[in-house]
Design a binder for this molecule. Structure first.
Ligand code: NDP
Length: 293
């Protein structure tokens, strides 16, 4: 039976540390601030944005809530980002995705100042992530590289186990810019040997069964079954899939896989809480970095 990696608990301890750091920064006259920009009324996005503001409140980060109508034009969205780029109280900007179809999300993400890029999705920051030689280069104190929040949270969950990452075989299922690609880059920087699988991968089951570390970011309920898992592997389940009754399921068939894996994250209570806490961490680090310049 696998050890359960308790993302909620780990996120809680990081939050505590951030709370103390925010207090200390405030006493030095710096109040970290995060702005969210929501376009339209997507119910899930509204919930995500609300949760982010609540989390900011919990650690003392100032949060600014910008909301544009569903029919907002690209120019209106770019103007809102520009205003936030100029606002000195805002150290980190998060544009809630997905954006309505008339708004080109690449243009919007590229318009955020890289040093205010809360999600780490700006091509400049993704490029810095890819060009970093190793973990040390990624975490230099005087040069903040905001890392995409979910992948950063996944790495913290892996580090919370007593398993080393260096030299291990890692398989990431999924190649999105939000999860799959950046988590692969982070695993590589931590010296894992990484395979990125996707919908066109042949022999997926055999490929996954070789993995010491298996990250599932597919978006399909219970996709990863026990036959795809190496005995003793660390299994990280990123999926958030809602069924007809609104219940949330991961991409991993938890009940069968937990009998075979060495470590496993639950859904909910695994990767999800880490994503939000890494957003708070990015905000605090960007506030510190921004101040130094
Ligand atoms: P995307 O839809 O962008 O990417 C899914 C990936 O899975 C694609 O690369 C796709 O391959 C691959 N895939 C789909 N079907 C198969 C298959 N049959 N075999 C192998 N690979 C397949 O999703 P995201 O990366 O944005 O999200 C993945 C999941 O993680 C979702 O459930 C999402 O809700 C969740 N999520 C959770 C977060 C959290 O905080 N816990 C944060 C972000 C996402 P291809 O590229 O070939 O199409």
């Amino acid at each position: 039976m696998a050890h359960i990696i308790d993302g909620k608990k780990i996120a809680g301890s990081i939050k505590e540390l951030l709370k103390q750091e925010v207090q200390s920064l405030k006493s030095q006259g710096l109040s970290p601030g995060l702005a969210t920009l929501l376009v339209g009324n997507n119910p899930a996005s509204q919930i995500y944005v609300k949760n982010k503001h609540r989390a900011c409140q919990e650690v003392g980060i100032a949060s600014f809530d910008y909301h544009l109508p569903e029919m907002a034009s690209l120019e209106q969205v770019l103007a809102a980002v520009e205003e936030l780029n100029r606002n000195e109280k805002v150290h980190a900007i998060l544009v809630q995705l997905p954006l309505p179809s008339q708004v080109d999300s690449h243009r919007v993400l590229e318009s955020i100042l890289p040093q205010k890029d809360a999600d780490g999705f700006h091509p400049y920051n993704l490029g810095r992530l890819l060009s970093a030689k190793d973990k040390k280069e990624l975490t230099q104190k005087d040069s903040v590289i905001p890392l995409p929040c979910t992948p950063h949270g996944i790495m913290a969950l892996l580090e919370s186990t007593d398993q080393s990452i260096s030299g291990k075989q890692a398989v990431v299922i999924g190649r999105s810019v939000i999860v799959g690609k950046p988590v692969a880059a982070l695993l590589l920087a931590a010296n894992a040997t990484v395979t990125v699988a996707h919908s066109q991968t042949k022999n997926l089951e055999e490929c996954c069964a070789q993995a010491d570390i298996l990250v599932a970011a597919i978006g399909k309920s219970k996709f990863v079954t026990a036959s795809m898992v190496k005995p003793g592997a660390v299994v990280i389940d990123v999926g958030i899939n809602r069924d007809g009754e609104g219940k949330i399921w991961g991409d991993v068939d938890f009940e069968s896989v937990k009998e075979k894996a060495g470590w496993i994250t639950p859904v909910p209570g695994g990767v999800g809480p880490m994503t939000i806490v890494m957003l708070l961490k990015n905000t605090v680090e960007l506030a510190r970095g921004y101040r130094r310049k």
